[in-house]
Design a protein around this ligand. Structure first.
Ligand code: AMP
Length: 283
């Protein structure tokens, strides 16, 4: 496995792979890799001949009061994990390499960046869309792999790729969870043992939503009320939002009468966690 820190060297190594007729898969990450990331790299290794993993804690997607500085950066562990999962190249640029001057060109995806996390993290999705565009332009992959855990991000990136005619396909992979149901996240590192137990309430509430919809209760507010009960029972939990929206447009829906995204953001102590499921009542 090769490691590149500069855009120039990534381009060269990708060009070499391409000249051998290899297809290229990209897995964009911010590092602190866990089994969720690993599942993406393994899927990329199955679907493409040359797998590039980017590890970059992107400053432009963090708000001024967010955890950019303290975000975990276990470089050596991450490189070992990439090697084991089948990566051919890790791109780990510095912030200076990615943003050498004041950035004036931004990519933003209207509508899809506004609801859900967009209400609480202004500019977050502009940072995500911009860094993904930069990574796609640098690596020029055939496929790029994203996790369903960040549902809003996957919709936004897919829309961006379609609207701007970017020549790649976005592959969305299922959310990988701990035994307790807690979605794997680099931010789980911040949780104390008690908070980790409390954090299982997110998925517990999502399971309840699925169970209610399965039993024919399709009123979104009724479902949200039950989810709220489950989450507020955990001492360290504070709800940021719980919403049921159209799984494609992210517009709020009153009834689950079409594929619905049940999404939530909850603070466990000082750690902000997100999770979601899709309920498709047609199935
Ligand atoms: P991050 O490092 O948090 O920016 O995540 C990098 C990629 O890994 C994104 O596409 C995430 O959606 C994906 N990812 C994060 N957590 C999980 C998980 N638990 N299961 C599957 N994919 C995940």
């Amino acid at each position: 496995m090769k490691i590149a820190k500069t855009i120039r060297s990534v381009r060269k190594l990708v060009r070499q792979a391409r000249s051998k007729g290899k297809s290229v898969g990209l897995v964009p990450t911010m590092g602190a890799l866990h089994r969720g990331h690993i599942s993406l790299i393994e899927k990329a290794a199955k679907d493409s001949d040359f797998v590039v993993v980017s590890i970059f804690v992107n400053p432009t997607q963090f708000g001024p009061k967010e955890d950019f500085k303290k975000y975990p950066r276990p470089v050596q562990d991450d490189l070992n994990a990439c090697r084991k999962a089948g990566a051919d190249l890790v791109f780990a640029p510095s912030a200076k390499q990615m943003y050498p001057r004041q950035n004036l060109a931004w990519v933003s995806v209207e509508k899809l960046s506004e609801p859900l996390c967009g209400r609480f993290r202004p500019d977050h999705f502009r940072g995500v869309a911009t860094v993904c565009t930069k990574l796609f332009n640098i690596v020029q992959p055939d496929l790029a792999f994203f996790g369903q855990k960040d549902a809003q991000q996957t919709l936004l990136v897919k829309q961006m790729v379609a609207d701007l005619n970017m020549p790649l396909k976005i592959v969305v992979c299922p959310t990988v969870r701990e035994k307790t149901g807690l979605a794997m996240s680099s931010r789980n590192h911040y949780l104390t043992p008690q908070e980790k137990i409390d954090a299982a309430c997110l998925y517990k509430s999502l399971r309840k939503a699925r169970q209610m919809a399965g039993a024919g209760i399709i009123d979104a507010q009724k479902i949200i009320a039950q989810m709220r009960k489950i989450i507020t029972a955990a001492a360290s939990a504070k709800i940021e939002y719980i919403e049921i929206v159209d799984a494609k447009t992210l517009c709020p829906i009153k009834k689950i009468d079409r594929p619905a995204l049940v999404a939530l953001a909850v603070r466990i102590g000082r750690t902000r966690l997100i999770d979601n499921i899709i309920i498709d009542s047609q199935k």
